[in-house]
Design a protein around this ligand. Structure first.
Ligand code: AKB
Length: 325
């Protein structure tokens, strides 16, 4: 049921992995006409177009964003548009332009138009080899190896600056790898964890681009959306970090994920052929300490490796079976 005191929300990157599901969730909560989806290059899927307004926005063009903010009287932005780690290493200039200019433009438009709140996702990519790789704490050294990580560190500092200098209520979490069944991710290092499910169901065979013993922190999409919405709904007095919060749900190796999938698809075979993304994975935390988020605004994930795998297999198997009919 739409609430009283309605928000008007803009979601950038709405055609991406997180955006495509978060937009629908926000529309269910706040009313379909109160959540404007915005995409750039990827074609929007039917669900996104049928369930509410859609606009084309290039986040590197500030006037483009300002026009849509004025048109719909937006008061809240979920700014998800970004270039991820692997594509960022192939094209660092593009990563800088989209991630930094994009965030700067969003914050400026938010400041100029007096918006109430901005959500912006940071990532475990902010950490590098100088941070502890096990149970990485909230306040660890941030010297990332990738340009994506550099844009996330700079972005966190910029968000914090807009909060302290202009009073803009910017909130952020450092997402681990996100696993989901609706829209595949594109261009990230943790993408293997999603690809493995698709290929296991379709071909019973997957060539994984990181080593079998590579361990990274991960999160299932329902928890990913919960983290964003819970943080945005939290009482402002509880939010003491305006850089970004560590959040996590599970940590597993590529081999452990293979073994879990094999419980449902026993003849699934995974080969391991590491490529340039191994070097990125090796510079990231293996597990995350998210106790600060738990304490300050009550962060609690619901899914672990077993329950996430069961749900992913059920959802994808159903979808593939239906599309074959
Ligand atoms: C990536 O792999 O680049 C992202 C991330 C961890 O931020 N999924």
């Amino acid at each position: 049921m739409p609430r009283k005191n309605m928000k008007k929300i803009l979601v950038t990157g709405a055609t991406g992995q997180i955006g495509s599901e978060l937009t629908i969730e926000l529309r269910n909560r706040y009313g379909k006409d109160n959540v404007i989806a915005a995409g750039h290059k990827r074609k929007p899927g039917g669900k996104l177009l049928d369930s509410g307004p859609f606009e084309h926005i290039d986040v590197t063009e500030k006037e483009n964003i300002a026009k849509i903010v004025k048109k719909y009287d937006i008061d809240t932005i979920y700014h998800l548009a970004a270039v991820l780690s692997a594509v960022g290493e192939e094209n660092p200039q593009l990563a800088w332009r989209v991630n930094m200019d994009g965030l700067y433009n969003i914050l400026e438009v938010a400041r100029e138009h007096g918006l109430a709140k901005v959500f912006w996702p940071s990532s475990i990519a902010v950490f590098g080899l100088k941070a502890p790789r096990v149970n990485t704490p909230q306040d660890a050294v941030l010297i990332p190896r990738t340009v994506y990580g550099v844009t996330k560190v700079a972005g966190e500092l910029l968000c914090n600056y807009y909060y302290s200098r202009f009073g803009l209520d910017v909130r952020s979490v450092r997402y681990p790898g996100v696993i989901s069944s609706e829209t595949p991710p594109g261009g990230g290092t943790t993408d293997y964890a999603v690809e493995m499910f698709y290929e296991a169901i379709k071909k019973k065979h997957y060539v994984c681009f990181v080593k079998e013993d590579t361990v990274l922190p991960m999160m299932y999409m329902p928890d990913c959306m919960k983290a964003a919405i819970d943080l945005m709904e939290a009482d402002a007095l509880k939010i003491n970090h305006h850089t970004s919060y560590n959040v996590t749900a599970m940590s597993f190796s590529a081999g452990e994920l293979t073994a879990e999938i094999k419980k449902y698809i026993p003849d699934f075979k995974c080969e391991y052929k590491p490529d340039f993304r191994q070097r990125i994975a090796d510079s990231w935390p293996m597990s995350i300490d998210d106790s600060v988020a738990r304490k300050e605004w009550g962060w609690r994930p619901s899914y672990d490796l077993a329950s996430m795998t069961k749900d992913m297999i059920e959802k994808l198997s159903k979808r593939f079976a239906e599309s074959k009919l």
